[in-house]
Ligand binder design. Structure first.
Ligand SMILES: *Cc1c(COP(=O)(O)O)cnc(C)c1O
Length: 397
């Protein structure tokens, strides 16, 4: 790594200049290392590397130069000692639970978390004897009521998917310090460019790299960043259980980080303008964007985030039916189950991802019938607003 003056470099520079050492071919950009294993000069070297007395790659389930480069970059950008890459965001979250929790332990989680995270919390952890309590993300008083003698970890997502709830990371940390808990933060929506949970004392930071870190809708990947001793535990778990990221995906994601800062600024520019447009539109209510003054968490968002991010949600006046008509009327925006892409994306959770829930269960999960989520892409804002504006008119009937 060219890390000589790493401590002096700014975020944008680190994201570009932290790089695997040249191979001898004088390549400028890091090559891909699609190899399942690595060779040794002799038996003694092989013994030393296996014994951890000498550094070196052994097998790509353990380490691979492309994954190591991505891990070093994310650790530098998040301001943590170390990081570990995984095959998906869910693998990162799952590994961050399984490395530290055992039967008889208790986890407290914000109830405003990603759908598949809910599934792990509800269906799998209890099956293995790990108890889970869900709490109101915006009411720290309720967190205290959930603590027990066996509580080990507090898991939060901020801003949350899809509701854009904001959790006060400073309050979460003091809660964890008081109760001796690991603070585990899903930083997917903000990315380290907009929010660095380690600054507020987070012990573990998880990412779905599939979203803004790739940013171009190409690969699936995940990362956990944190203190050395914690990440070492997760690396040990991943080495034996095998949710390793492929060298190709790691290479794509590391190249993508080079443009993270410029992309996030444009995502934020577009989302801000879109939020202002929707806020004055007669067909839209409850427009939510972390930096809009009407957001109940706006003050906390401004404290811990550089900007508001690329997601905007709103409530369409005519509920479920108008929500579906709105999606059908879109001409440019993509209807797809992703976010954080160059392409703007619209989703209507009540008729898609959360359609199987009863209306009451949806409300409980913060999903109202008319909730629309827009991931503002990098197209020209005029084209994004034009498409959404015409679809709102067409959906009115
Ligand atoms: C998408 C997402 C995940 C899951 O990541 P995958 O890469 O799809 O496994 C986790 N958390 C949040 C907030 C997400 O948006």
């Amino acid at each position: 790594m060219h890390a000589a003056n790493r401590n002096l470099m700014k975020f944008e520079t680190l994201a570009i200049r932290l790089q695997t050492a040249q191979t001898g071919e004088r390549e400028h950009s890091t090559p891909m290392f699609p190899t399942s294993s690595f060779v040794f000069d002799d038996a003694e070297q092989m013994r030393a590397v296996f014994a951890d007395e000498e550094e070196g790659n052994i097998y790509s389930r353990f380490t691979n130069p492309n994954c190591t480069e991505l891990e070093d970059k994310i650790a530098a950008l998040e301001g943590t000692d170390d990081a570990v890459t995984t095959a998906s965001g869910m693998a990162a979250i799952f590994a961050s639970f399984m490395a530290f929790l055992k039967a008889g332990d208790h986890l407290i989680s914000s109830r405003a978390v990603f759908g598949s995270t809910h599934t792990i919390l509800h269906q799998y952890l209890p099956k293995w004897g790990i108890e889970v309590t869900l709490v109101d993300p915006t009411d720290p008083q309720t967190w205290n009521d959930a603590v027990r003698g066996n509580t080990k970890m507090f898991f939060v997502e901020t801003p949350s998917n899809p509701g854009l709830d904001i959790i006060d990371l400073e309050a979460a940390k003091s809660f964890c310090v008081k109760n001796n808990l690991i603070l585990n933060v899903d930083n997917c929506f903000a990315t380290p460019y907009l929010q660095q949970p380690a600054q507020w004392g987070a012990d573990l930071i998880t990412h779905s790299a599939t979203k803004y870190i790739d940013g171009q809708g190409r690969v699936v990947g995940g990362i956990v960043a944190g203190r050395k001793e914690l990440i070492t535990e997760i690396k040990k778990l991943c080495r034996s259980t095998g949710p390793s990221l492929s060298p190709f995906n790691a290479w794509v994601l590391s190249k993508s980080l080079e443009t993270l800062a410029v992309r996030m600024d444009r995502h934020c520019d577009n989302a801000e303008k879109l939020a202002q447009f929707l806020a004055q539109h007669p067909q839209c209510t409850h427009v939510r964007y972390p930096f809009l003054d009407s957001h109940p968490g706006a003050a906390i968002a401004r404290k811990q985030m550089k900007r508001g991010g690329g997601l905007v949600t709103f409530e369409i006046a005519g509920g479920l039916e108008q929500g579906k008509r709105f999606l059908d009327a879109l001409k440019m925006l993509s209807l797809t189950a992703n976010l954080g892409d160059t392409r703007s994306i619209a989703t209507h959770p009540a008729s898609t991802t959360h359609a199987k829930l009863t209306p009451e269960a949806r409300v409980e999960a913060g999903i109202t019938d008319g909730l629309i989520r827009i991931s503002a892409g990098l197209e020209h804002i005029d084209d994004i607003i034009l498409d959404i504006g015409q679809a709102l008119i067409m959906s009115e009937q």
